[in-house]
Design a protein around this ligand. Sequence first.
Ligand SMILES: Nc1nc2c(c(=O)[nH]1)N[C@H]1C(S)=C(S)[C@@H](COP(=O)(O)O)O[C@H]1N2
Ligand SMILES: [Mo]
Length: 204
Amino acid sequence: MDILGRRKDEERVKKEGRLPPGQSLTHKFPVLTYGPTPGFDEATWDLRVYGEVDNELRWNWREFQQLPTVSITTDIHCVTRWSKFDTVWEGVLFRDIMEMAGLKDTAKFVIAHCEYGYTTNTPVEIMYDEDVMLAYKFDGQFLDAEHGFPVRTLVPKRYFWKSAKWVRALEFTSVDKPGFWEQAGYHNEGDPFKEERYQRRGFF
Ligand SMILES: Nc1nc2c(c(=O)[nH]1)N[C@H]1C(S)=C(S)[C@@H](COP(=O)(O)O)O[C@H]1N2
Ligand SMILES: [Mo]
C-alpha cells in the first residue's frame, strides 16, 4: 500500500479511537522474537494447565484441535510502536480453558510458559474478555512458525509481548510472577492506551 493510502487508514483508525498514543499503523506483520524460532514435534508436543486449578489439563496437538474454537477480529499493538488493525484469529477462547480447569479462588495470575523459557504474566481478571484466546490460526491459516506455531496466546488489550508464542503451559498462581520482558524493564500491565511501555519512566 502506498504512503497516502497508509496515512488515510491511520487517520481513520485514529478517528475511531483505535490508535493508541505513540503508535503508527502497519499493514505488514513484523516478527519479534527474542532468540530463534523453535521447531515443532507433534510426537512430543503438549500443552499443560496447572497451578491453582481444580483440574490439571493436558492436550496433545490432535486433542487440542478438537476443542471448540471462536474467530475474532481485533487490533494488535507492539511496544516497538507498530499497530496492526482488523487482524483475524481463530482459536480456543481463554475463558473456556479456565472453565475446564476450574480456577480456585486463589488463582489471580496466569503465567504463560513458552519454548526456550520465555514467560509472560497477566492478571486472570483480564483473561475472561471475549477477545482473549489460545490462537492457532491467523487469516484462516495455521500460524506461521515465526508467529508462534502451533499455539500462542492472544491478549489484544495489552502490548503484544504479552501474546506468548509457542506456548506450552499455563500456570495459574496466587502471586504475580513478572515474565521475561517484565523482568527486563517492560511495564507489568502493558495497556497500550495508557502507554504502559516501561517500568522505569524516563529511562528510555
Ligand atoms: N515465546 C515468545 N513469545 C513472544 C515473543 C518471544 O520472543 N518469545 N516476543 C513477544 C513480542 S516482544 C512481540 S511484539 C510479539 C510479536 O509477535 P509476532 O512475531 O507474531 O509479531 O510476540 C511476543 N511473544
Ligand atoms: Mo514486542
